[in-house]
Design a binder for this molecule. Structure first.
Ligand code: MTE
Ligand code: MO
Length: 319
């Protein structure tokens, strides 16, 4: 299925929904202050072509499996409370500082232990499989959570296409790192490019989503445009944003948060209310917009689908 905006326009040619975005920012700016607003507006007007393709309607999206019927978190919360350390460590910063992030042209190199390595542009990715909407719970390791209608297709469709060799046991993912566009990154306290990894069976699991949109639209920059991972049974940091490289490998790849603080963040990072973070409890979580905390579910509530991948493993050790 194509990502379409009025007819058969390729993904790379959809035009920014600038009027709508301008209005949004206007309303936001009114609260944020007139000076900031003026800056924003002049940027909008002066650089329409470098603006990303966030906010374009995705058509032909079918309802996917595994959806929750929990209340979807408001779009405004999910787009203004972000972890995207390349664009600053405060939750409100990515929405502002990723505004002019260039997400086209964009390509993703799929390489390593595969028979058919290939560099995909966004068009090829968007056309690879029917786009599905999947409403997943997302649980950040910081004990907040959201419910998001993601749009994408199972990562396994891409992986099958490149034909993993028998040596492939893990999948390593890498985000774009462009210090020029991400000047705040050097203060983030973690190293870039952001890298993540999954065991091959985890990556092949039908719940693992290669995500190109949310709320009916292409991904906002701050949520990982133009393509990210969504792994709903793991803590949010496994869901790597703005992917440029996917490498199939023989041994367990390094991952950003494990490199930064190995005592606190393991490779597996399955949501587990019984294993506390060394500095806080993981038993409960706050759903954005709600006051009272709720219980965190094992594997974020996806245990029926995924628990058997970890049978026989000590999940206290393999946190
Ligand atoms: N490249 C990159 N990917 C990233 C992060 C990041 O800082 N950089 N943060 C992670 C964390 S901690 C979370 S909780 C989710 C947040 O995704 P969201 O902003 O779409 O809710 O993105 C993950 N992916
Ligand atoms: Mo997170």
């Amino acid at each position: 299925m194509l990502i379409k905006n009025r007819g058969e326009i390729p993904y790379s040619e959809v035009t920014p929904k600038s009027l709508y975005l301008n209005r949004r920012r206007f309303l936001r700016g009114a609260a944020a202050g007139v000076a900031a607003l003026a800056g924003r507006f002049s940027q909008e007007i002066l650089s329409p072509s470098i603006r990303a393709q966030a906010g374009n309607k995705l058509s032909g999206v079918v309802k996917g499996p595994f959806g929750t019927d929990e209340k979807v978190t408001p779009f405004d919360d999910v787009t203004h409370y972000n972890n995207f350390y390349e664009f600053g460590t405060d939750k409100e910063q990515p929405a502002e500082l990723a505004k002019n992030f260039r997400t086209h042209p964009w390509s993703v190199s799929v390489e390593g232990e595969v028979k058919k390595p290939k560099v995909y542009d966004m068009d090829a990715i968007a056309k690879m499989a029917p786009l599905e909407e999947r409403i997943y719970r997302h649980r950040c390791v910081e004990a907040w959570s959201i419910v998001v209608p993601w749009i994408g297709f199972p990562l396994n469709m891409l992986l099958k296409q490149v034909e993993p060799t028998p040596k492939a046991r893990f999948v390593a993912f890498q985000s774009l790192y462009d210090p020029k566009q991400m000047p705040m990154a050097r203060w983030a306290g973690i190293s870039f490019p952001y890298v993540e990894g999954l065991r091959l069976d985890e990556a092949m699991h039908p719940l693992a989503l290669l995500c190109v949109g949310m709320y009916g639209e292409t991904l906002p920059n701050q949520n990982g445009a133009p393509v990210r991972l969504v792994v709903p049974w793991k803590y949010g940091f496994k869901s790597i944003k703005s992917i440029v490289k996917i490498r199939l490998v023989e041994s367990q790849p390094p991952t950003t948060w494990n490199l930064a603080i190995p005592r606190e963040y393991g490779f597996y990072s399955n949501v587990n209310p019984d294993v506390d973070h060394p500095r806080w409890s993981q038993a409960r979580e706050r759903r954005l917009g709600e006051f009272l905390k709720r219980k965190t579910l094992a594997f974020n509530g996806y245990g029926d689908q995924v628990a058997q991948m970890y049978s026989g493993m000590d999940l206290m050790k393999n946190f």
